[in-house]
Design a protein around this ligand. Sequence first.
Ligand SMILES: CC(C)(COP(=O)(O)OP(=O)(O)OC[C@H]1O[C@@H](n2cnc3c(N)ncnc32)[C@H](O)[C@@H]1OP(=O)(O)O)[C@@H](O)C(=O)NCCC(=O)NCCS
Length: 441
Amino acid sequence: MENLTQYIDWFRHSSSYINAHRKKVFVVLLTGEAIAHDNFSNIVHDITLLHSLGVKLVLVHGARPQISQALDQTGLAVHYHNGLRVTDAECLHAIKHVVGGMSIDMEAQFSMGLANSPMHGADIKVSRGNFITARPLGIIDGVDFSLTGVVRKVNATAIQQHLDKNNIVLLSNLGYSPTGEVFNLSAEEVATEVAIAMHADKLVLFGPQRGVMDANNNLVSTLSPVAAGALHESIDDANDQAKNGVRESLAAAIKASSKTVHRCHLINFADNGALIEELFTRDGNGTLVSRDNFELLRQASIEDVGGILELIAPLEAAGVLVHRSRELLEAEIDYFKVIEMEGTIIACAAIYPLDEDSGEIACIAIHKDYQETGRGDHLMRALEKEARKQGMSNVIVLTTQTAHWFMERGFTHIEIADLPIKKQEMYNYQRNSKAFRKILS
Ligand SMILES: CC(C)(COP(=O)(O)OP(=O)(O)OC[C@H]1O[C@@H](n2cnc3c(N)ncnc32)[C@H](O)[C@@H]1OP(=O)(O)O)[C@@H](O)C(=O)NCCC(=O)NCCS
């Protein structure tokens, strides 16, 4: 009876998670080790449950141990360089057999629907296809990696179309090139690039242990990308398979969470129910890597001047931004907003009042490691909100190299003669910037 009460209690508490996860895109990495483990059928059941709850799922499967075993059996001489397999045509022939067979087996597992099983009534449709464009890794240190490739492009639109039809999308570690070749990729890389391209809500990485452990072997339950980077550097035991697995998952999580993916979860494939515990309980089960709680957009203060100068220096040197001295920046710091990530300024922008109802947006800069991940948009929204708060009806911007970025955000081209008088008087004809205005709704 107590168990029943606990069960009902837990089920009730999970409703907020069910609502939060519905229609969200989750990319799940299933390594070859995870698929080979006895617990894999439970993982399939848990993935089925997520699908039933309306989560849009992209599964990426690896095949590393299965490929190694198959190549051992063929007796082919396999070459490695820097821990990476060189894939020649004969190797690829064997790899296609292994990976193709595994994809088919996984389709079969998701097709089961026996009465009295967790799959009963699930009715899952699995989509596979040429969604990953690959290119050769090339020649490194004089070693030609031949058909070992890297991800060149992800067809996110096509994947989304299949998700919209309520299908599960199943991808593997194989990619295709416009020359018609097949390339052997890393499943971790495929999962990471797909999650980034899809702006996935989550990247779930099934690994060989329960997330990341600290120096005292305690589980680290949450990590920012920066802290995860430091931990990644410290994992250096190349002969320990579990540690190598964690290091690869962590590298994927750091990249994805620094880009467009909000939350990356590292969980253990051997742990029955780890996926459900991680996604439907407050404490989770493994390690969460996320920038959500570690990144802050805020008003700049005088302490930020050094960080802003460091951020904008390369853009000033390249002529993208006008030079600002430390003294000028100190005097104008109240006009600035910054995005801070764990003590580092990674983005800034300013809104200067021009006359009674207009302002100028200036010095918008995102650190190169964090560009094209929506932070520019985030800052623009904050500046426009600030402008409205100050009673401005329109904002202008002068730019030399970023015209289209502003046009795509509602700015229209204006002549220099249309600028507020104060701005016309200061206009630098040598710089020859274009002027744009946005009317604030
Ligand atoms: C321009 C900048 C502010 C955009 O911010 P961001 O966070 O990198 O970009 P977002 O994620 O908000 O938007 C990404 C989109 O902008 C596009 N974009 C990036 N730089 C661009 C440019 N210079 N011109 C036109 N479009 C650009 C990207 O291609 C991407 O398009 P997509 O969504 O169609 O793929 C940022 O890249 C930056 O700091 N650049 C250097 C400094 C600069 O040019 N400042 C403006 C001075 S006036």
